[in-house]
Write a protein that binds this ligand. Sequence first.
Ligand SMILES: Cc1ncc(COP(=O)(O)O)c(C=O)c1O
Length: 382
Amino acid sequence: MQEVQTPIIPIVGDLVRATPGTISLGQGMVSYGPPREAIDALAGVADDPRTHQYGAVEGTSALRAALADKLGAENRIPVDGSCRVVVTAGGNMAFFNAILAVADVGDEVILQTPYYFNHEMAIGMAGCRAVLVGTDDRYQLRLDRIERAITPRTKAIVTVSPNNPTGAVYPEKALRDVNELCRSRGVFHVHDEAYEYFTYGGVTPFSPGSIPGASAHTISLYSFSKAYGFAGWRIGYMVIPASLEEAVRKIQDTNLICPTMIAQAAALGALRAGASYCRGKLAGMAEVREVARRAFSEIASFCAAPVTDGAFYVFLRIESPLDPLALVERLVKEHGVAAIPGTAFGISSGCSLRVAFGALETATAAQGIGRLVLGLRKIVKG
Ligand SMILES: Cc1ncc(COP(=O)(O)O)c(C=O)c1O
């Protein structure tokens, strides 16, 4: 465990708390809570004796059936005999389940950098090695490098689209290519779609699990945390090949026994509100995104901020010899704004920062971005 990186969010959180008035562009959360349908679905649930007992290890049949309908209708993933839907306590647990199911100690899992830090941490905790492959200047996949990173110990290739921490949305062709590479080389394609509803400008994310014949080697991961403002309820789910069912059931039975019954009831209610609930929040996010685009274009001479199509992140590459954590400390103390150092996402060279704008009201986020741009100007350019 000593080799696993320390989660960065609490470190930056401590800094923010120690400096009252700081606007945090740190944590990747949304500003809203669950839809009314989720809360209404709880009526009577607390009085049902089954709520207080252990439930099915893979989730309640009612929730899994509703998820299968959603997966078929929205992701074009047919939930037939070739795959299974498993409800988890969030997307992070779904990822950990996937790694434990497919890899042994000493095996390798390919991640794209910048990566989502909990993915890298989970791979380390499982006793496996994260093999890092850099994305391009616009944070898109580099198939040739991914292919070259495959060794006899590779068990899975991980992709996240829309991406945390860059917001990149991978085109259908790129994901089809990765999925085909996985099929031909006998490794799993683990694809995280936690931000599936968060896209802008009419861009639609592609689910590689929908490719005919992909179900035998594709693991698709989802989360209610962002889509339904559900972070504290801890509900996610995964679609796994039928061949992994036994392994995942063992893992989940040991770690969780069953997803929380009352949270599953709320999740079933949230699905009644559906994708339109989240999509209704996107106009506000798009406004902040536009504010960010304009603000960062003013400092383009020393700070690259590639505009991407999804999620609620901007990943900045700053021309500066400063250590990114030292830069964040100064931004908090001198300018009252926080972001996350790029080192947490596996970017060890240069100075990069992740800016998250999902958790704040529009005006506060805009104010935070203003402070950030001013702070970067002063600190980096003197
Ligand atoms: C790409 C990605 N996957 C999974 C998660 C974790 O979601 P959950 O709250 O469902 O565990 C996050 C959270 O930030 C994320 O960014």
